[in-house]
Design a protein around this ligand. Structure first.
Ligand SMILES: [Zn+2]
Length: 318
């Protein structure tokens, strides 16, 4: 184990992704661009004539909708939905600053996971920036509930996610994943888990204008007692791993990484947004701490255990 790099970082070069929106079914492209120290994640819309909208910070108070995915409000430029998978990749890999440029109202779904983002980021590498990484340290527990579902943020010496799902379905059932975050473990254990949906819901969703782009190429389709995709699941508990992937993305809208424990039971985008609202409801709930003042013993970024060109992962320093 090595100490986590305590300096901020961004990606070495802009990265471009094209695909379709899983909900609107339309072609969509997304570019991740390097961004300056202390800028965090931000997002702007690229219009058909090539014009760019104003860029907005990608933070919790811009969340516009949380039904099926997380959408953020860009003012006159409308909303952009499905931001959670790309933001999960950025936060999961420990990247502090990046700008997303999206050419439509929905980010591309790609294969339904964050795997393509993670692979491209690792291949292009990171640039370490001359400023200290900052964390939001949880000082008081926050709990939000909806019936028997809940999401919570709690003080904890580390950065952990404890996510549990419970579906009345023979394929999924009850699954729990406890994840002590490191960038390498995020890449290997979380980032490749795909989104999923139930066949019984598909017709109703499509009539309502959702899931128009969903297919076995970008989602696990679950029937009563089997999955419809050919081939194996990527993990036996791929479903809860994807819920954790979503939580990493949604919680990144805190504006910087959270130092503490996130717990959820039967949670989702709505509760993830609410627990951040609860966190920021009082300044006594948290404090902002420089990484050098936290006991972070994580495997280093350059230890990424992937069959990718990880030697380029950290490109230059300073
Ligand atoms: Zn998702």
């Amino acid at each position: 184990m090595k100490r986590l790099a305590t300096k901020q970082c961004t990606i070495a070069e802009a990265l471009s992704f094209t695909g379709i929106g899983v909900h609107n079914g339309l072609p969509s492209s997304l570019i991740i661009q390097p961004a300056a120290v202390d800028s965090g994640y931000s997002i702007c819309r690229k219009f058909e004539d090539g014009r760019l909208s104003e860029a907005f910070p990608l933070v919790h108070d811009r969340v516009a909708r949380t039904y099926l995915c997380t959408a953020v409000d860009l003012g006159d430029a409308g909303t952009i939905s499905m931001i959670e998978h790309v933001v999960s990749a950025l936060s999961g890999l420990g990247i502090d600053n990046a700008l997303l440029v999206v050419d439509g109202p929905e980010c591309p779904v790609l294969d339904g996971s964050a795997a393509h983002y993670v692979q491209a980021i690792i291949e292009t590498g990171l640039v370490v920036q001359p400023a200290e990484k900052k964390f939001i340290k949880i000082k008081r527990s926050i709990l939000v509930r909806s019936n028997d579902a809940f999401a919570a943020l709690e003080p904890y010496n580390g950065r952990a996610f404890d996510v549990e799902i419970d579906f009345e379905n023979d394929v999924i059932g009850r699954q729990r994943m406890i994840f002590d975050w490191t960038p390498a473990k995020y890449a290997s254990d979380v980032s490749t888990a795909r989104t999923f949906g139930f066949l019984r819901d598909a017709k109703i969703l499509r009539q309502a204008g959702y899931a128009l782009g969903s297919s076995l190429e970008n989602s696990i389709a679950v029937d009563d007692d089997k999955i419809m995709n050919s081939g194996e699941l990527r993990f036996e508990d791929e479903f809860v791993r994807h819920k954790l992937l979503d939580a990493v993305g949604d919680l990144a809208l805190a504006g910087m990484p959270i130092y503490g424990k996130f717990r959820s039971y039967k949670g989702g985008h709505g509760l993830n947004a609410l627990v951040l609202n609860g966190l920021f409801a009082s300044e006594q709930n948290y404090e902002i701490v420089n990484a050098e003042n936290l006991p972070l013993e994580f495997d280093a970024l350059e230890d990424m255990p992937l069959g990718l060109s990880s030697q380029g992962y950290i490109r230059s320093v300073g």
